[in-house]
Design a protein around this ligand. Structure first.
Ligand SMILES: O=C(O)CCC(=O)C(=O)O
Ligand SMILES: [Fe+2]
Length: 304
């Protein structure tokens, strides 16, 4: 008999922390917040198998790729300004869509506040996105291709070390899962890629910000993270051979993850909501678990 090479994977319980929450507004069981924050900061995905997001009858028609403009694929909403982008429809459609996406933001925020009360005062609100297109059909350049394992780093939105905390909900009406790969621990990603990043060039970062290509100055940390993001996505052998677990998040489920630390790739699925939050490192229960601190430890210099 021929022994087949099996790809390295972890026990799924090391990757996912499953929590039995059925309501966005709680209440949380006694030990839940302490367990949740530890698991999340350790680089696990918090997974809520029975937490779905209900759509009203008049909102179900938005479960179609046609509601997002063909180039963008995702509808984006900024809860800070109320601005909806890349949505296609009549003025009435757009106002109903805005209310729907705004309701997702309120739900995601309530969940995070209930489960992670110590973050509540420091949490900053980023964009909400509604993703009605099938992932598997997309053709994108390697840097933009989220079917490749990566840690999140946004080219035009530097975080200077702030954590990227995201809430995802699969709202597929036909029971189709959101198929993800979850990669190796962050320390391993750093071991594989941090040494391949070219030197940070402060004047270049200043220039990018001065011409408006980035929303703020790209710090040495942002430079490292963005280069690791691009290099790991471009490395075909790594994509194939790195330790990874496949997991399909079922329709009607929700998950929360620090996508700047957890290596992930979205392989298939359609109809998703996503809310981004940013958290200063100082608001973490244990800031030594932040990518900023881990990278500072490895490079032995402050990455500001
Ligand atoms: O659309 C998805 O399922 C996730 C894509 C991704 O990599 C992300 O949003 O960070
Ligand atoms: Fe991502």
């Amino acid at each position: 008999m021929v022994a087949r090479m099996t790809k390295r994977e972890r026990d799924i319980s090391e990757v996912l922390e499953t929590l039995d929450v059925g309501d966005w507004r709680g209440p949380a069981h006694t030990n839940m917040p302490a367990d949740a924050v530890t698991a999340l900061e350790d680089g696990k995905v918090l997974y809520f198998p029975r937490l779905g997001f209900e759509l009203a009858e008049k909102e179900r028609r938005f479960l179609s790729p046609e509601v997002a403009d063909a180039k963008a694929k995702n509808v984006s909403f900024d809860p800070n300004t109320g601005v909806l982008k890349h949505a296609v429809g009549s003025p009435e459609d757009l106002s109903i869509m805005k209310l729907m996406i705004g309701r997702y933001y309120e739900s995601a925020r309530a969940l995070v506040q209930m489960l992670l009360p110590n973050y509540a005062n420091a949490l900053e609100t980023g964009r909400t996105s509604f993703r009605p297109s099938e992932i598997a059909c997309r053709r994108l350049s390697s840097k933009k291709d989220d079917t490749r394992l990566h840690v999140d780093a946004f080219p035009s939105t530097p975080t200077a070390g702030k954590r990227i905390l995201r809430v995802f909900t699969n709202v597929n009406p036909d029971g189709q899962g959101r198929d993800w790969r979850l990669g190796e621990p962050f320390e391993e990603v750093v071991r594989a890629f941090a040494g391949r990043v070219p030197h940070y060039f402060g004047a270049g970062a200043f220039l990018l910000s001065a011409i408006g290509a980035t929303k703020s100055r790209r710090t040495a940390y942002d430079h490292l993270m963005l280069n690791m993001h691009d290099t790991m996505k471009a490395d075909e052998a790594y994509q194939r051979n790195a330790e990874q677990n496949r997991f399909s998040f079922p329709a009607g489920s929700t998950w929360i993850v620090y996508t700047d630390r957890v290596s992930h790739a979205a392989m298939g699925g359609q109809h998703l909501f996503e809310q981004t939050f940013y958290l200063p490192v100082s608001a973490m229960a244990d800031s030594s678990k932040a990518p900023l601190r881990i990278l500072e430890c490895v490079t032995s210099c402050p990455l500001v």
